[in-house]
Design a protein around this ligand. Structure first.
Ligand code: UTP
Length: 297
């Protein structure tokens, strides 16, 4: 079985739900505590064994390229001022020269189209896709858990979670086969079904391990929900073994304002250097809170 070495990061969307913040800054560069969203995704991929990082970008996204490049002037200034901690923070995510590539989507026609734009860089091998606006806070990188399932069962693997019945229309929903409570067989997928039409309440989260055969389906460029070329519609046509895994971490939807704020709180409270300050701030706002570390489920 081929090892998963490449990861695709679709970052070509418009981020309309965060306007005006995303007028000049990519959504994926919005910070959760002190790191841009995209950096969490890249660190998760690197910590899961990924060696090649492919970004599908668009207009106004050059800040993402700068984020993963060396900033000689900044490093030189920090070094000359003895700011070793700040320098170490920058060093923490140094990617190998040549390990990062960028391709332009040109038109934001949907997530499926963005993934298809990476086809020549991915080639004929299995690959991962990570959506930067889905943050997963846990002890183990979510993608690493998915790659474990891929190593055992092969085929395609997606991250899933159980959602409330009234929320099925926000997600791609799994039509499940056998289900052991952690790993579920995927018979089919439906994009954003109304609760009455949903085959289950098992929703797709923004992490995928895919076989390259998906590109053939994406190349048909069929429009799906919302008039966009949906990744879910192409996944629904895949033949090879297909499983979903309920990853152990807690997922935050940073594509919405409330989810983004919740992620900021959870990530800050999970950090020893921030927790007490955040509690004090909450108290000043009249919020009495007891923090329970998000648990592995
Ligand atoms: P979203 O569905 O959240 O869309 O994309 P969006 O454009 O980023 O945000 P809104 O809905 O307008 O607020 C999920 C991920 O897929 C990428 C986005 O950049 C984001 O990381 N994406 C989406 C693309 O790369 N290209 C697209 O055409 C659409």
């Amino acid at each position: 079985m081929k090892r998963i070495k490449k990861a695709v990061f679709p970052v070509g969307g418009l981020g309309t739900r965060f306007l005006p913040a995303t007028k000049a800054i990519p959504k994926e560069m919005l910070p959760v505590v002190d790191r841009p969203l995209i950096q969490y995704g890249v660190e998760e991929a690197r910590d899961s064994g990924i060696e090649e990082f492919i970004f599908v970008t668009g207009r106004n996204k050059t800040a993402i390229e700068d984020q993963f490049d060396t900033n000689f002037e900044l490093q030189h200034t920090l070094a000359s001022r003895g700011k070793t901690d700040a320098l170490a923070t920058l060093e923490q995510l140094r990617l190998e020269p040549g390990a990062v590539s960028y391709v332009r989507q040109m038109e934001p026609l949907g997530l499926g189209h963005a993934v298809w734009c990476a086809r020549n860089l991915v080639g004929d091998e299995p690959f991962a896709v990570l959506l930067a606006d889905d943050l997963i806070l846990g002890d183990r990188p979510a993608l690493a858990e998915m790659i474990d399932v891929y190593d055992q069962r092969g085929g395609n693997v997606i991250a899933v979670m159980d959602v409330a019945t009234e929320h099925t229309s926000r997600y791609g929903i799994v039509d499940p086969g056998s289900d052991d409570g952690r790993v579920v067989q995927v018979n089919n997928l439906v994009e954003k079904p109304a609760p009455g039409d949903a085959p289950s309440t098992i929703a797709v989260v923004g992490r995928y391990v895919l076989q390259s055969e998906v590109f053939a389906f994406l190349s048909e460029k069929r429009e799906g929900a919302g008039g966009e070329i949906q990744l879910t519609d192409a996944l629904a046509r895949l033949d090879s073994p297909f499983h979903g895994i309920r990853v152990s971490g807690t997922r935050f939807d940073c594509g919405t304002k409330a989810g983004f704020l919740e992620a900021n709180l959870a990530y800050a409270l999970a950090r020893d250097d921030m927790r007490s300050e955040v509690f004090e701030a909450l108290e000043r706002l009249g919020i009495s809170a007891t923090f329970v570390q998000p648990e592995a489920s």
